[in-house]
Design a protein around this ligand. Sequence first.
Ligand code: SAH
Length: 244
Amino acid sequence: MSFDPNKIRLHIANDLQERVVVPLTREQAHYLGNVMRRKESESVWLFNGRNGEWRCELLAVGRKGGEALPVEQSASQVDTPPLTLFFAPVKRTPMEFLVQKAVELGVTHLQPVLTERTTNRRMKEERLVSIAIEAAEQSERLDVPVLLPTISFPELLHDLPVDHLLFCDEDDGMNAMADVLSCQDEGGSWGIIIGPEGGFSGAERHALQSDERVIGVGLGPRILRAETAAIAALTIFQSTLGDF
Ligand code: SAH
């Protein structure tokens, strides 16, 4: 992947096919025209998570929106292998950081899970989605991870949407995540769960430890902030069973 600093990538919802004009939102037109000073007939690269990435010519960039014409497909659609990060919401800034890094590190689904010690119960989903889209644009992904609805901890285990759940547990004596994964076969779908600033409650830990779908893993001898733990866990997963 050759990095081109002048290449602007934007996610759109519309289908992308050769020479079928697509609309740009007002925000996208403002960004292209006023911030990045792009003019009609210059290029922008668009992707929608289905039709790959297309180099498009700007037809119109105005205050009310814009239009672009897909000219050539610059990358065919590649779907990211499924990987879900379940996280107990933390304070706004670290949570937005966590979402941004999780997108760069290749999650396909993000799901907030309200645990007993979760302090921040008010999330601005729209803001998290726009952070995920911006991170997908920047990291040259061809898809945008899905932000799943916030659920409670009991609901998570009752309807676990993955085959294997890696429980990041800061307790002493946990086996290192890389060692645990190195002796796992790759079958089935995987999830990683990270607790809140105050950690999981005793009851939650017990529920996780007694669930056969759950595998406890350690991330080293230090207590990591939730956002740090998410980055560490995703990096280890991607470099053992994932797409690094
Ligand atoms: N109970 C901790 C705070 C939790 S840290 C304390 O004593 O302060 C937030 C979350 O990050 C934890 O719930 C856990 O999921 C993860 N985490 C932090 N450090 C970890 C480690 N060394 N190994 C595994 N998970 C860790």
